[in-house]
Design a binder for this molecule. Structure first.
Ligand SMILES: O=C(O)CCC(=O)C(=O)O
Length: 247
């Protein structure tokens, strides 16, 4: 991950979001890049793997899965929290507006080390709006507690404690986020946010970054930007094989 946060992009393309840059941003922020698959083939081979799509589709009962967005998360010791949120709140301009996420730990994780936490049972809670502050919020669980209060439950956050290479899947309605890293080792993760292979734009006002990939007069999600990883009838986006082999 280190070269990417320095701006060394193997393919020559910049990721869609490059939220922390070496030399520009404060060291106490959690580092995040979105859509690293466009910039780095080593990461792309994991993030665009067919098994990621197969697992996501099967968990959701979809005929297939496509990548909406990947995330690199790098939380050095002392780095601050990421606010608890629901992923589905950010895609109401896509139909179905449901996501499922494959989260992979690249380091052994612990609660103290600021691993991701999932609020037990919250995939059944109502959809809430996007949260006020994702990066380094004062109170990372404020909106989660509000959502829990509204339905009269006490939130229970379960930390994803796994060895490096382990991980978790969560449905897009699940409240999740991560506290600061109070440990002595970095916590790095790869994240693949997937949609149904059948997902389309629904005509609502698109998000400011990924809305750039909405085609005029066409509700299709172009596979060059939202590649199909797996379908039950054996399809992957045609360009993936050549792209991932460096061609
Ligand atoms: O790894 C984290 O701290 C949060 C990641 C996240 O928001 C996600 O996987 O949806």
């Amino acid at each position: 991950m280190a070269p990417l946060f320095r701006g060394a992009f193997e393919t020559g393309l910049q990721p869609d979001e490059w939220n922390w840059r070496e030399g520009r941003d404060p060291p106490e922020l959690t580092r995040q890049i979105c859509n690293a698959w466009k910039a780095d083939l080593t990461l792309a081979r994991i993030l665009l793997a067919d098994w990621v799509g197969r697992a996501c589709a099967r968990l959701m009962g979809w005929p297939g899965a496509r990548l909406y967005q990947d995330n690199l998360i790098w939380k050095p010791p002392g780095a601050k929290a990421l606010g608890f949120h629901q992923d589905d709140s950010y895609i109401d301009w896509i139909e179905p507006s449901r996501m499922v996420t494959c989260w992979i730990a690249l380091d052994d994780t612990s609660a103290e080390g600021g691993t991701m936490g999932l609020a037990r049972g919250s995939h059944r809670w109502p959809a809430a709006p996007p949260i006020g502050q994702f990066h380094a919020p004062e109170d990372p669980t404020a909106e989660l507690r509000d959502a829990a209060r509204e339905i009269g439950v006490e939130p229970e956050v379960v930390p994803v404690v796994v060895p490096a290479g382990g991980g978790s899947f969560h449905a897009g309605g699940t409240w999740h986020g991560s506290e600061g890293n109070r440990g002595s080792r970095p916590r790095r993760s790869l994240v693949a946010h997937c949609l149904s292979s059948e997902a389309r734009f629904n005509g609502k006002r698109p998000g400011p970054i990924y809305g750039r990939y909405v085609l005029f007069g066409d509700d299709r999600m172009d596979e060059s930007f939202f590649p199909i990883l797996w379908t039950e009838d054996g399809r992957r986006s045609g360009f993936l094989e050549a792209y991932l082999s460096g061609g």
